[in-house]
Design a protein. Structure first.
Ligand SMILES: [Zn+2]
Length: 63
């Protein structure tokens, strides 16, 4: 299905949706729709960077 259904009406470039909420992004806060979403993403990135996923599977010995 190769159809040009992704027409956004922009100047040729399809506007990518905000990765946070899915709304159309704005140039002022690319690639997000607002500063708020950009902040949310930043927080996610920071927390994800600090929060190391602790996998408990080392001491999984059968009883
Ligand atoms: Zn957003």
């Amino acid at each position: 299905m190769a159809d040009d259904s992704a027409r956004t009406g922009a100047a040729g470039k399809p506007a990518k949706p905000c990765p946070i909420c899915g709304k159309p992004s704005v140039a002022a806060a690319k690639p997000f729709c607002s500063d708020r979403c950009r902040d949310v993403d930043l927080n996610r990135w920071l927390s994800g960077s600090y929060a190391i996923p602790a996998r408990e599977g080392e001491e999984e010995e059968s009883e």
